[in-house]
Design a protein around this ligand. Structure first.
Ligand code: ACO
Length: 442
């Protein structure tokens, strides 16, 4: 009868081992049993970039990259984007179920009552240089929140975790909008809690002299849907950064600051900014073939294309592409869309991209929408960070409650020098820097 086990033979010793298979995985620590002699180290698994290693069991997000499926807590992303709101989706992600009317009203109240930030935050916002990138400001200010809420270090306390989750989801749009206003030299706008979560964010970004800002309903809904689409994506780079820092039982503000720092990178959430720079650099459709040539020779990457998991069209990119046209009805067409569409068409028709199963990801079209809304490119990853806060907080809570989790501490394969004696500086030869040191050994 079939057994959920893997039998391996160690050819060095001839010994056979049986490793249990659970949910399609073996436990990497079981490999430790495999050793040629008792006094030697057991086998390690080598997995740079954790490309094929599950670091936890999670019930939050589900991705089937081959089939282009994404679900939050079991609900298809398409259905949430059509029917839900960001705040409701955030509840689902954090708490595991959709709220009824009563629980949603409480949740909304609990989030909006935490949208204000301490007045001192304005002071250190003011301390940033006039041209500071708002993601850098966000990393700094979110990290600094831990100094305002020392109670946040009680990470094992459920009530404390609930409070920090409300605070972070509530304050993130305020910090993001303050960073934007600072870079524009505009006065900060305080939260208006009678508006929706997204309407309030737009008000804090764009209100000039109106007593009450009235967001355009199409644009308000668009940003809300974009927030839903960016809210959670299982073990991506930034979520892994949050989990890694949080595994040391660090407070969640510091852990989320690490997540924002990871998201900032151009290979992750910073890609939406890079896509616009790329489209502007291409400039006209006739220059696309030349540009694609550079992507194929490794000179550059086609930004907004490719994904570690999706070997099919990213379902979020499909929804965002559709959303872009709805926004352009209100804002007027972003002329870069024509280049984006033709670039996508040519790439999807090209053997290089077909063979590697490279498709547009969620960053490919989102920047075009943000740009049409009048936001500068540097703000694009900031919007991503606001939305992803729900996912980060859910993963933080899941990690803390998981009895199997410990401080994250991977192993390495040491490939450096063997033991050598220290020589005083006067007698040392000129150092030879070997650039190929790693590849020399492996
Ligand atoms: N343009 C050109 N070639 C690419 C691209 C791209 N965008 N992405 C992957 N490739 C190629 C690689 O050169 C490699 O080719 P090879 O096998 O001949 O060496 C192959 O496809 C596999 O690529 P990897 O780098 O191994 O894929 P990985 O899973 O590590 O990277 C990543 C995923 C980082 C997203 C990558 O596709 C990329 O750099 N894309 C552009 C940046 C981007 O859009 N990032 C946003 C991702 S979505 C998000 O984080 C929110």
């Amino acid at each position: 009868m079939a057994k959920d086990a893997l039998t391996v033979t160690d050819e060095r010793s001839g010994a056979r081992y049986e490793l249990a298979i659970e949910r399609g995985a073996i436990r990497a620590t079981d490999l430790k049993r495999i050793k040629p002699r008792d006094d030697e180290d057991g086998l390690l698994s080598y997995d740079p970039a954790l490309a094929n290693t599950a670091i936890c069991k999670s019930a939050i997000g589900f991705v089937d990259g081959d089939r282009g499926i994404l679900r939050y807590r079991g609900y298809p992303i398409e259905e949430l984007a059509e029917k839900s709101s960001y705040l409701e989706t955030a509840y689902l992600i954090v708490k595991g179920e959709l709220p009824d009317e009563h629980h949603f009203a409480m949740w909304r109240h609990n989030i909006t009552t935490h949208s204000m930030v301490h007045e001192n935050i304005k002071k250190f916002m003011d301390g940033f240089r006039y041209d500071a990138h708002p993601m850098g400001m966000l990393v700094g200010t979110v990290g600094a929140l831990s100094t305002f809420y020392p109670d946040a270090k009680h990470v094992l306390d459920l009530e404390s975790r609930r409070l920090q989750t409300r605070r972070l989801i509530g304050k993130m749009p305020t910090l993001a909008a303050f960073a934007y206003r600072r870079s524009r030299g505009l006065p900060y706008v305080y939260p208006d809690n009678d508006l929706s979560y997204t309407g309030n964010f737009l008000s804090m970004l764009f209100n000039m002299t109106e007593l009450r800002y009235k967001p355009d309903p199409v644009l308000e809904r668009t940003v809300d849907v974009l927030f839903i689409l960016h809210a959670e994506h299982e073990q991506n780079c930034s979520t892994n950064a949050v989990r890694c820092v949080a595994s040391a039982r660090t407070d969640p503000y510091s852990a989320v600051a690490a997540g924002i720092a990871a998201l900032y990178g151009p290979l992750h959430g910073g890609a939406n900014e890079e896509v616009i720079r790329m489209l502007e650099e291409i400039g006209t459709v006739d220059r696309i073939p030349e540009y694609l040539k550079g992507c194929k020779t490794g000179e550059r990457r086609l930004m907004g294309f490719g994904h570690r998991l999706y070997r099919n069209y990213d379902p979020r990119a499909r929804l965002i592409k559709k959303l872009a046209y709805e926004v352009f009805e209100v804002t007027g067409k972003n002329p870069l869309i024509d280049i984006a569409i033709e670039l996508e068409r040519q790439a999807l028709d090209d053997e290089y991209f077909v063979a590697r199963k490279l498709f547009p990801n969620l960053d490919y079209y989102s920047g075009l929408i943000y740009q049409a809304l009048g936001l500068p490119m540097t703000m694009f990853p900031v919007l991503f960070a606001i939305a992803r806060t729900a996912g980060w907080m859910a993963h933080w809570a899941e990690l803390i409650r998981d009895p199997e989790q410990k401080i994250i501490r991977p192993r390495q394969i040491y490939v450096g020098e063997g033991p050598r004696a220290y020589t005083p500086i006067e007698g040392r030869p000129e150092p030879i820097m070997r650039e190929d040191a790693v590849s020399r050994f492996i």
